[in-house]
Design a binder for this molecule. Structure first.
Ligand SMILES: Nc1nc2c(ncn2[C@@H]2O[C@H](COP(=O)(O)OP(=O)(O)OP(=O)(O)O)[C@@H](O)[C@H]2O)c(=O)[nH]1
Ligand SMILES: [Mg+2]
Length: 717
């Protein structure tokens, strides 16, 4: 295989809603480039890109698959990304290492929520984007209508570059308004035959051509001038203008094809080779030290591993991008993250599972290595003397959680290993051993996402696992001041135990004034603070302890033991056993015994005094509340709102965004556990949502009662 120069490499993500035809298009591209000579299909489970058993089983992509196409003297590296929102992590990775995204739209359905979501993700990363309207051979495809929809939603930068002469099963020609030519196809597709545009399509083509030329020229003064003088531009000038416009997203070209019939695929690849910006034209990536790292093939060798997988029959495969320099077979590199050394004994270019060994890969290129010694996803490897570390991929927060456990308890340790390995492969699967909830919590992007993980554990690792409802991390706090004394006294045989603690508890808020005078009934308690200890709690909030002991009622050496006693109860709140937070305690009096006082006595006295005071201080249970954002089509907006209200949600706002309604609400976590499934059934899958922890808030009285009752019953058991 030819060694491609940096200026001949273009990296492109294939994006779009689930089922829009990305994997099918990839297969057609590979056929066009001669990588395969018989194409597979997603339904038969024999495509190059969907090669994992789980993908064959389900009939959709779960992972992004890398392949390349050599066309028009260029090497186009593609990432076939899964379309389902649940697997968005793959698209995020792909977008971060590619220079542009091609968003496929299923012309049968038009713009879907998945189209919108990926558009938002990609444009958030400032990636150049083009659209490809696929499935124009389908009975119900209406090309012009979908183009109008694209313009309505994504604005006037949407610019038609091609259109079919007729959609539907009779599809046999596409008109390209860049070159002003028609391409006709035989029944088996392939490269189209270039012909003149027939008279009946001429005026439509000319009109679209004029808009295209204007939009392409807009970003280049020289082109603009020429366009004004001559009223037109050459094909090369248009392509050049389109490429420049792509860089700052001032144009979204629209192409079309039938991936299934392989019509327009050849022409699409050819145009992409011209209009996708060169990596060197895009803003340089910064290393962790904030320095821009130019894609210089003569620079020091630095490669970034963005993905590792365990592949059938091979084991670990690690994928990387050459960030700088020219990587050669046999290079000795340093792993900047792990401090280890690694020899790149073999390097490959890949098309799914098909690997081609190469000698060199230049800056900007994508490669793979197998069975490396010590390389994890996210690692940077450098040649001697180069110290880059890259960490530029930011993944979305999880929005679906389940507790997970093996059916066979003795598998617990093995399961934890498996889950950590799965997280290595897909960073949007998060695993946490929650000490608080006494559960292993698995978080991901949706039910679908976790279901594929379960499938893989059960089928690849042969371990049966179950998902449970995750417990809710409630908190406890108090809402008024209260006072309590406790004397711990024990006389049994030898040395006795004695400790007495008097304390006041009150709600703690940041910046509150120092304690002064408290009144309980007719009694007044005046504090003089000797010293204050602020303890930030691992689970959020604070415990603040003021030592207000006067006249040596309790020795200073016993204070730490009392604080330990308070912490015992903060860790296991008196109401429901949940963590307590935001309490200020003034220890103001007590008693010691010259012989029997010791640490354990004061720890117990502190713990019990605190429990009693806490119960008298109008204690409340707090629950985590999340900010939830839901995107839905307007026709189901009412149903989605009433469902949210049924979940104790408070709607904070509504707005329209690119043709969809966006609802912002605050909803308790307890009510969100089955949300992704419920939302999907209300909207027929035409929706998406995100959620982010907001704050702890008091639970309503009836909910608190239920929780207290449940805890009391559990304690009795
Ligand atoms: N009629 C028609 N069907 C197509 C075309 N392209 C893809 N399909 C069919 O659409 C279905 C989905 O295609 P895929 O290639 O799996 O779609 P995808 O975008 O990779 O889907 P995900 O990986 O789940 O996001 C398959 O049954 C394909 O055969 C096309 O151009 N025309
Ligand atoms: Mg796919």
């Amino acid at each position: 295989m030819k060694v491609y120069e940096t200026t001949e490499i273009k990296n492109i993500s294939l994006l779009g809603s689930k089922g829009s035809g990305k994997t099918t298009l990839a297969e057609a591209m590979l056929l066009e480039c001669g990588v395969i000579n018989r194409r597979g299909s997603v339904t038969s489970g024999n495509t190059v890109c969907d090669y994992f058993p789980v993908e064959k089983e389900y009939g959709y992509s779960v992972f992004s698959t890398i392949f390349y196409a050599e066309t028009a003297g260029k090497k186009l590296n593609f990432f076939d990304c899964p379309g389902a929102d649940d697997f968005v992590g793959n698209a995020v990775t792909a977008l971060n290492v590619t220079d542009a995204g091609l968003i496929l739209v299923n012309t049968q359905y038009g713009v879907e929520v998945g189209t919108q979501n990926i558009f938002r993700t990609a444009s958030g990363l400032k990636k150049p984007l083009a659209f490809c309207l696929n499935k124009i051979d389908a009975e119900t495809a209406d090309y012009d209508n979908v183009v109008e929809q694209l313009k309505d939603i994504f604005g006037p930068k949407v610019t038609v570059a091609q259109f079919p002469t007729a959609c539907g099963p009779g599809l046999n020609a596409i008109i390209d308004v860049i070159k002003m030519k028609m391409y006709t196809f035989g029944p088996n597709g392939g490269a189209g035959k270039e012909e003149d545009i027939p008279a009946e399509f001429m005026s439509k083509a000319e009109e679209l051509h004029a808009t295209l030329v204007e939009n392409a020229a807009e970003n280049d003064e020289a082109l603009m001038e020429k366009f004004f003088e001559e009223g037109d531009l050459s094909t090369d000038e248009i392509l050049d203008g389109m490429r420049k416009g792509m860089i700052d997203s001032s144009i979204y070209p629209v192409f079309c094809c039938s991936a299934e019939k392989d019509m327009g695929v050849h022409e699409l690849m050819d145009r992409l080779a011209s209009i996708v910006p060169y990596a060197s034209e895009m803003p340089a990536v910064k290393n962790n030290a904030g320095e821009e790292v130019k894609l210089d093939e003569n620079g020091p060798v630095s490669i970034f591993f963005f993905k590792t997988t365990i592949e059938p029959h091979i084991g670990e495969v690690s994928y990387f991008k050459v960030m700088s320099g020219t990587l050669e077979t046999g290079a000795d590199l340093n792993n900047a993250n792990r401090g280890s050394k690694e020899r790149m004994a073999q390097i490959f270019c890949v098309c799914g599972q098909i690997r081609t060994q190469v000698d060199k890969l230049r800056a900007g290129d994508i490669g793979a290595a197998v069975k490396l010694k010590d390389v994890r996803r996210g690692n940077t490897l450098n040649e001697k003397g180069c110290e880059h570390v890259f960490d530029f991929i930011k993944y979305p927060a999880p929005k679906y959680q389940r507790a997970v456990r093996p059916i066979n308890e003795s598998d617990a340790e093995k399961l934890s290993e498996i889950l950590n390995r799965m997280h290595e492969e897909d960073p949007t699967w998060l695993v946490e051993q929650s000490k608080e909830l006494k559960q292993t919590i698995l978080s991901g992007q949706g039910e679908f996402h976790l279901r594929t993980l379960k499938w893989r554990v059960e089928n690849n690792d042969k371990m049966q696992i179950v998902f449970d409802e995750p417990k809710i991390p409630y908190r406890e706090t108090i809402t008024k001041a209260a006072r309590a004394d406790y004397r711990h006294k024990k006389q049994s045989g030898g040395a006795g135990q004695f400790g007495e603690v008097h304390l006041i508890v009150e709600p703690y808020t940041e910046g509150m004034p120092a304690p002064d005078t408290y009144r309980f009934g007719s009694q007044e308690f005046k504090m003089s603070v000797r010293d204050t200890q602020e303890i930030p709690l691992e689970w959020g909030g604070k415990l603040v302890v003021c030592n207000c002991i006067v006249g040596g009622a309790i020795d200073a050496r016993f204070i730490p033991a009392i604080v330990k006693g308070l912490m015992d109860r903060m860790e296991q709140g008196p109401l429901t056993g949940s963590y307590a937070r935001d309490v200020r305690v003034c220890i103001y009096d007590g008693k010691m015994h010259p012989v029997d006082s010791n640490e354990i006595s004061f720890r117990l006295a502190g713990r019990n005094a605190f429990s009693e005071a806490f119960r008298n201080a109008n204690p409340k249970v707090l629950e985590p509340v999340y900010d939830v954002e839901v995107l839905v089509p307007s026709d189901v907006m009412g149903d989605v709102m009433s469902d949210l209200q049924g979940r104790r949600g408070v709607v904070m706002g509504m707005s329209s965004e690119n043709g969809f309604e966006k609802i912002s609400a605050r909803v308790p976590l307890k009510e969100m556990s089955s949300y992704s499934t419920a939302l999907s059934s209300i909207t027929g899958g035409r929706s998406s949502f995100s959620m982010k922890f907001s704050a702890y808030e008091l639970v309503p009285g009836d909910v608190q009662e239920k929780l207290l009752k449940a805890y009391a019953e559990q304690q009795e058991d």
